[in-house]
Design a protein around this ligand. Structure first.
Ligand code: GMT
Length: 380
């Protein structure tokens, strides 16, 4: 198949899933064309089946807000025609689903029928999408897609709750490349970070309010009172200045390391004992899956789709959003030397359920059904 993938090129979960999906499809022999405004962060290797088309938005003094969606729709039209694409798969509804709708309508006037598959990732529904500024367009473009997928059952439920969506939504969870995300021997790194055998807690995120990084710091601050430990923070974002101040106020800076936007997060996860994800909202929790694949148990909130990944008392524990005391209690339980090995083993075992080879065929089947349905309609 010739597949167009439209996504955000950044480190965010939706862009990561879209890029990893494209890479996996290319390895299976499909021709995959990424269409976005800059090189996707994880599109970092050469494969004869991978192509990248950059969307350029010309500047003009009249434009206070450059019309990216129009430039994107025009690019989609151009690439579908020139590369003879079979399907367009857009990740994150805003503005990709509506741009795809526009491209599809333009192509229709030229007798080209192309199915559009929209994958909902989370904040496009639970945070941004349901805002009145976007809701009518999001509802319309979801309903106009030929197939719609969501990354968890919870996100599917939320979508039906907040939007008048008539389309069937298929749940296709996030997936993980276990060849890349696996526990690697990094003992020298561990010895450098925790020279006295301190336990290592890790959090990775985009440091937005929804991630509740402040809870991460408060959990750690309590845990280290009972268990000698260090905290590694991977990622960066708007909450970071406040988080740094909190570390100073709590006088724990010497035990907290801000590592920034690290490329090789699996190396940090390889030396971790516990992953913290106290998010306010989380449609799936890809960062937790990456941790679990590296044998790291998870202390999380029970928000959104996290319970579909983290298994209570098996791969870690879940608490109500903001219940720092419960998360501290659970963290101390998991970190006990007699408990840690079984939680680590269970985390990896659970991650195997989401291996790339198990999930990517679900997308291929989805594409085929959308293609068949468009072909059947145009034959009428
Ligand atoms: O978590 C973020 O803020 C990034 C966001 C995105 O859209 O890039 O991630 C969302 O999509 C990921 C991939 O499907 C999911 O694993 C994350 O749970 C989801 N984030 C939220 O729902 C907050």
């Amino acid at each position: 198949m010739k597949i167009g993938i439209v996504c955000y090129p950044t480190y965010g979960g939706s862009g990561v899933v879209a890029t990893e999906l494209g890479k996996a499809l290319a390895q299976k022999g499909h021709k995959v064309h990424f269409i976005t405004y800059s090189q996707p962060a994880r599109l970092d290797f050469f494969n004869e089946n991978l192509f990248y088309h950059e969307v350029y938005v010309p500047e003009y003094p009249l434009f206070q807000y450059p019309p990216y969606e129009l430039a994107l729709a025009s690019k989609m039209v151009d690439i579908v025609k020139f590369e003879k694409l079979d399907v367009l798969h857009v990740h994150y509804a805003i503005p990709h689903a509506s741009a795809a709708y526009m491209a599809k309508q333009i192509l229709k006037t030229q007798n080209i029928q192309i199915p559009v598959i929209t994958t909902l990732h989370g904040t496009d529904i639970t945070l941004v999408g349901k805002d009145a500024s976007y809701e009518p367009v999001v509802t319309f473009s979801i309903n106009q897609s030929d197939a719609v997928t969501a990354v968890s059952s919870d996100l599917k439920t939320e979508t039906y709750k907040y939007f008048r969506v008539e389309k069937e939504i298929e749940v296709i969870p996030n997936f993980i490349n276990l060849e890349r995300f696996r526990k690697q021997p990094k003992e020298h790194f561990r010895a450098a970070i925790s020279p006295f055998g301190e336990k290592l807690l890790v959090h990775t995120s985009n440091f937005r309010a929804v991630k509740r990084v402040e809870d991460v710091i408060r959990i750690f601050s309590e845990v280290r009172k009972s268990v000698p430990s260090k905290l590694l923070l991977v990622g960066d974002g708007p909450e970071r200045p406040g988080i740094e101040k909190l570390c100073r106020d709590l006088r724990i800076c010497h035990d907290v390391r801000f590592l920034g936007k690290l490329e090789a997060v699996e190396e940090v996860l390889s030396i971790a004992d516990l992953f913290l994800m106290p998010s306010e909202k989380e449609s799936f929790g890809l960062a937790a899956l990456e941790a679990m694949a590296c044998e790291v148990p998870v202390i999380s909130s029970n928000a959104g789709g996290i319970p579909e990944l983290n298994v209570q008392g098996v791969t870690g524990f879940l608490s109500n959003v903001g219940d720092v005391a419960d998360m501290v209690k659970n963290a101390l339980f998991v970190l006990k030397d007699e408990n840690l090995p079984r939680f680590k083993a269970a985390a990896l075992e659970r991650a195997r359920d989401f291996e790339t080879s198990k999930i990517v065929p679900l997308y291929e089947q989805c594409y085929q059904r959308a293609l068949d349905s468009v072909a059947a309609h145009s034959a009428l």
